[in-house]
Design a protein around this ligand. Structure first.
Ligand SMILES: Nc1ncnc2c1ncn2[C@@H]1O[C@H](COP(=O)(O)OP(=O)(O)OP(=O)(O)O)[C@@H](O)[C@H]1O
Ligand SMILES: [Mg+2]
Length: 370
């Protein structure tokens, strides 16, 4: 069993604050993804779990034990490093087998595990080569194999797919997901790729500047972002923003910017009632419109199509709307034209609203399940 708990954990490198008062519980057998931009403290957090970095302040617990001073080899963790440090003079086979050989596993057992891992990672034809005879993506998979064969209590992975091409990355993602299911251990996985986080995680921890921004299951992070950083970091193309204000429209609250007025749904309207005149930033994701159904009351978006970008499955519309350029994604049943005037139906249940000063969501509620 391996439950990991961070309690007020802070890490400074000299005067650089890398992780700022982290509080987080990772459940036994959970797949947690640390997601955030370069330099936000992901590797530092992982290294502290592995015991490779000392904490400046706070405690890390494994189950009911504080492990702040426990050396790495006693922690029963396997780690795939961002800079996959392989042994240059050993073959791929020996690199993968190394941890097991050190622990004196029987040869037959080692052989079975190495070949099984190599096959899953599609590197079984490379077992005799040395690392300098491999591509970056192949080396990365050797590093993954080396950790996979260990079957540890905690599996730590630092951007393990960053050097793979797009197709291989998708198939390796599936392998990692399956690996988690078969190994039944706790996974902590670091990436700056939001698609990877959304597909792999039981829960995502979004970080920025060493500070946790939001923790929750992928759907919740995507659909109910707590602030504009989280809203922007997930989603491709990114969420659109429009500065405007709240107004009262009929029986409910609405967002207005120039000629555009969008009604809020019951829940949002109730939450923001009485706040007419308040400045707000509307967030609307490209996919949360529809060009084929009739807009509901207060749900019409009229705009000018600057240009259409077909992407195979769908089409993107770059639109001029209330003086801003926004991106929307619609199906391809209706062929749109550059220069066309269109009316889109907004999905009013999916509008986001933020405070322009704090950049926090006006709709997010403390204590929502995570
Ligand atoms: N050994 C070190 N000495 C000084 N500063 C460091 C050291 N290691 C990391 N940092 C700083 O700590 C912060 C967090 O670094 P970290 O490596 O954890 O980021 P990261 O989220 O893993 O980024 P990336 O996505 O680029 O790998 C950064 O500002 C980084 O410059
Ligand atoms: Mg890193």
């Amino acid at each position: 069993m391996a439950r990991i708990r961070f309690e007020n954990v802070t890490k400074y490198y000299g005067s650089v604050l890398a992780v700022d008062n982290l509080n987080l519980e990772i459940r036994d057998k959970e797949f947690v993804v640390l997601l955030g931009p370069s330099g936000c403290g992901k590797t530092t957090t992982l290294n502290m779990i592995a015991g490779l970095e000392e904490l400046t302040d706070g405690d890390i617990w494994f189950d009911d034990e504080i492990v702040n001073f426990m050396p790495p080899h006693k922690r029963d963790v396997a780690m795939v490093f961002q800079s996959y440090a392989l042994y240059p003079h050993k073959s791929v086979y020996e690199n993968i087998a190394f941890g097991l050989a050190m622990r004196k596993y029987p040869k037959a057992e080692i052989d079975k595990r190495v070949r099984d891992a190599a096959m899953r990672l599609h590197i079984d034809h490379l077992l005799d080569r040395r690392p300098n005879q491999l591509s970056g993506g192949q080396r990365q998979r050797v590093a993954l194999g080396r950790a996979m064969v260990r079957q540890p209590a905690v599996f730590l992975m630092d951007e393990p797919l960053s050097n793979l091409d797009a197709a291989l990355r998708v198939s390796m993602r599936a392998e990692i997901k399956e690996l988690h299911q078969t190994m039944q251990t706790t996974f902590v996985y670091v990436t700056h790729d939001q698609a990877e986080a959304l597909t792999l995680a039981d829960r995502i921890v979004v970080m920025n500047d060493g500070i946790v921004q939001q923790v929750g299951p992928p759907d919740e992070i995507y659909e109910r972002p707590r602030n504009m950083f989280v809203a922007s970091f997930l989603g491709n193309p990114p969420i659109n923003y429009l500065h405007g204000e709240l107004i009262e429209s009929g029986q409910r609250m609405a967002f207005r910017r120039g000629a555009l007025t969008l009604s809020l749904n019951d829940e949002a309207s109730a939450k923001l009632s009485g706040q007419e005149g308040r400045k707000a930033i509307l967030g609307i994701r490209p996919e949360d419109v529809d060009d084929r159904s009739k807009p509901s009351e207060g749900g019409a978006i009229d705009g000018h199509v600057n240009f259409v970008m077909p992407i195979g499955s769908d089409q993107y519309l770059n639109m001029k709307l209330a003086g801003e350029e926004l991106f929307f994604r619609v199906g391809k049943e209706t062929r749109h034209q550059n220069g066309e005037e269109v009316t889109l139906a907004a999905n009013l249940a999916r509008l986001h609203l933020f405070d322009p000063e704090s950049r926090e969501s006006l709709l997010w509620q403390e204590g929502a399940p995570s």
